[in-house]
Design a protein around this ligand. Structure first.
Ligand code: GCU
Length: 734
């Protein structure tokens, strides 16, 4: 655990504020290893703003005591101290002009005396108000909530206001989360390996728990709380069932204790086969009374160790695990078994709709919908079904998952993948805010126009009692948490959008840049533009025009469109279907008809070759190489032009970043510069390998005004991604 900074105690917080003052005033570009994420709290750079802030904020008054209120006091002391470059008094004895008054009506007599009761009722348990108002006839800023954690969220919101250098005058923020469960899913194993993790090992050090609780857990929880994330699944879907033994439950209990003051509840993965694997039973059949009894006892044990335990995330019949299908039972039978055991304690089952059964499917993209939608109404009330954003598997671009909106009687929890399994891992700069926004703003038309995915997620479309959004975490033991600076932005964007799925990804990107890198207007505009274009760039050089799943099946990193051997529905050739006549997967009525899973008018739009957006063309249609698109180019020429445009966008990002030398601290500047150079090489690899391969089918030339791929196809077929212990399967052939 060397190199990790302990969480600040209350007085250490004051000390740190003083140190920050010295450091940030003298050297605004101090070296930054990324540990502080978006919570850097450096001195406000705009002198006029700084003067306004210093006169508006002179004192911190947090009345009451609780572990969470102590955190609020620490955070404001540390944050305002750093941003204003001065230590603020925290006494509650008398209120000064410029006091920041913080609390709930229960914790703070000052807050209780203010005329805020009605407004507070409207923000619920986790919401908050921030108001510039007079208190004891003096100008003050009030942060009020209905719970201590609501107040903590409010404190972070005030700090963000200063970090992004927004005015404080007339401040009137009313904020409440639109989504109840705002959750990170770790795919971490008990040996500290992380499935699809690219930021070092797991942050959970199971071997030393519960005796040693790393201070890093609190730093992690603090970062989550700053975004409003309130739930964490600490283990991955394939984790060893030992996690449910008493020994490991004590360890998990210690993690839960560390996260609790930050308003975070933990969940664990339950392997469906656990009754066999650790219970010594002969079956895990969900309808077997002995199995049901076993789970009831197990759940009682879990709650004895973790009284506010959130529930189980379960994945049945995927990746070789037993599931309900093993016993010819349905997903609902499987989920309800656990739900019945959890209900006396108020726990939830998050049933992960990830199906990769042993059968090869004629169209894998259809499977989730076909299996789940008929079960709508069969799940217990404490079950949520967790679905990926698209029907396949976190590809650079997929249409929204047609299950979203199609199960009105089942609350759905939308899952995004922040760890960039198919998007260049930790190296490529790909801001996922735009991907999330594209999905959240998509209209399912399930209840007419305006039935957006965001409204499915927040529960308002069908009046669901539960709502949730999950992000597969990209966090590991690396000092900078996520393996690269820009991957921090994906954690950030997820948290902000889970709180409010209607937010614009551009606004979120800008807040992140201002909090993490700089408020310099050139930096803000340049980096925001890079981020906003970055995902489309990756789509263009990896999977343009609706292509999908073009990587080798094992590593999910480099291009391998030629792979045909192995299980068919895991090979790129299964998805692109390129042949001498054309390219693309026919999912219309003449093909797999997966398009029927969407409501009208989406079905008609996607199913019609003339109306389908170019971005999804080859997802839904098999089209001739020489057919013309709306751009006036043939399919082949359009494909070529997009692959080249993707690489050009990476060049543009490199040029843009290089203009920021001297405006970003050296350490982070160089890290990003180095990563962009790798991305540029690999974008060319994607382009050249893919086009060389598709040329063998299309028999058409790459127009001569493009720089031609340097090597023959054979060379690219033998290329492997660079050997790297962080990408263990990288050099696999398929
Ligand atoms: C495995 C699989 C991935 C998938 C993931 C999941 O890692 O190879 O493609 O994304 O499981 O659980 O969703």
């Amino acid at each position: 655990m060397s190199g990790m900074r302990p969480r600040l105690t209350r007085c250490a917080g004051r000390l740190a504020a003083g140190v920050l003052l010295l450091v940030s005033a003298g050297t605004p570009l101090r070296a930054d290893d990324g540990y502080e994420l978006w919570l850097r709290y450096v001195l406000v750079s705009d002198a006029a703003r700084l003067a306004q802030y210093r006169s508006a904020i002179t004192q911190i008054v947090v009345e009451g005591d609780s572990p969470t209120l102590d955190l609020v006091r620490d955070e404001l002391t540390r944050g305002l101290g750093g941003l204003l470059g001065r230590e603020l008094p925290t006494s509650a004895r008398s209120v000064h002009a410029g006091a920041v008054i913080v609390g709930t009506r229960a914790s703070s007599p000052l807050v209780a005396a203010l005329p805020l009761a009605a407004q507070l009722r409207a923000v619920g348990r986790e919401g908050f108000l921030i108001r510039a108002m007079r208190v004891h006839d003096k100008p003050a800023i009030v942060i009020a909530g209905n719970s201590d954690v609501g107040v903590l969220y409010g404190a972070f919101a005030l700090l963000r206001q200063l970090q992004t250098q927004r005015p404080l005058k007339g401040l009137a923020i009313t904020s409440a989360p639109r989504v109840q469960l705002r959750m990170l899913d770790h795919w971490d194993n008990l040996d500290r390996s992380v499935d699809r993790g690219y930021a070092g090992g797991s942050i959970w050090s199971w071997a030393e728990l519960p005796g040693t609780v790393s201070p890093r857990y609190a730093d992690y929880a603090r970062a989550n709380a700053s975004l409003g994330i309130n739930a964490v699944v600490v283990t991955g879907p394939n984790v060893n069932a030992r996690v449910l033994t008493p020994e490991y439950l004590r360890k998990a209990g210690a993690i839960a204790d560390a996260l609790r003051p930050f308003g975070i509840r933990i969940f664990l993965t339950a392997r469906f086969g656990a009754p066999i694997e650790i219970g010594g039973l002969a079956t895990a059949d969900p309808l077997d009374p002995v199995v049901r009894q076993w789970w009831r006892h197990k759940v009682d044990e879990v709650y004895a160790a973790i009284p506010d335990f959130g529930g189980f995330l379960v994945q049945g019949n995927a990746e070789g695990q037993p599931g309900p299908e093993t016993y010819r039972r349905t997903h609902a039978d499987g989920a309800n078994l656990l739900a019945d055991a959890l209900v006396p304690h108020g726990g939830l089952v998050l049933w992960r709709a990830y199906i990769s059964s042993d059968r090869t499917s004629p169209d894998r993209v259809r499977e989730i919908y076909d299996e789940l939608v008929p079960l709508d109404g069969d799940f217990r009330r404490n079950v949520m079904v967790q679905v990926k954003n698209g029907p396949l598997d976190f590809q650079p671009r997929e249409p929204f998952n047609p299950v979203l909106g199609a199960m009105p009687r089942t609350p759905l929890l939308l899952e995004f993948q922040l760890t960039k399994e198919y998007l260049g891992n930790d190296t490529h700069l790909v801001y996922l805010g735009t991907l999330m926004e594209e999905v959240l703003h998509a209209d399912t038309f399930r209840k007419g126009k305006g039935s957006t995915v965001a409204r499915v997620v927040d529960g308002s479309l069908h009046g669901s009692a539960r709502s949730g959004m999950a992000g597969v975490a990209n966090i590991g033991s690396d000092r900078n948490w996520t393996g690269s600076i820009f991957d921090q932005a994906n954690w950030y964007a997820f948290g902000r959008l889970a709180w409010d799925p209607t937010l614009s990804s551009g606004v979120v990107a800008e807040d992140w840049v201002r909090s993490t890198l700089s408020n310099d207007s050139t930096v803000v505009a340049t980096v925001r533009a890079m981020m906003m274009a970055s995902r489309e760039a990756a789509v263009s050089y990896m999977t343009p025009l609706g292509l999908t799943s073009m990587t080798a099946a094992s590593n999910h990193y480099g291009p391998a469109p030629w792979v045909t051997n192995g299980r068919p529905d895991w090979t790129p050739a299964y998805y692109h279907r390129a042949d001498a006549t054309g390219i693309g997967f026919d999912r219309t009525a003449t093909g797999s008809n997966a398009v029927e899973q969407y409501a009208e008018p989406i079905r008609a739009r996607y199913g019609n070759r003339e109306n389908v957006p170019d971005s999804l063309l080859l997802w839904f249609h098999h089209v001739g190489w020489r057919e013309r698109l709306s751009t006036g180019r043939t399919v082949w020429d359009e494909l070529v032009s997009r692959y080249y445009a993707g690489v050009d966008s990476v060049h543009a990002m490199q040029r843009a970043w290089s203009t920021l030398a001297g405006k970003i601290d050296e350490e982070r500047f160089r890290q990003v510069q180095g990563a962009l150079a790798i991305q540029e090489r690999e974008a060319r690899w994607w382009r050249d390998a893919s086009l060389r391969y598709f040329q063998t089918q299309s028999r058409l030339p790459i127009p001569s005004h493009y720089e031609q791929p340097a090597r023959p196809l054979d060379f690219y077929m033998r290329l492997r991604c660079p050997a790297d212990p962080r990408r263990p399967r990288c050099d696999a052939v398929r």
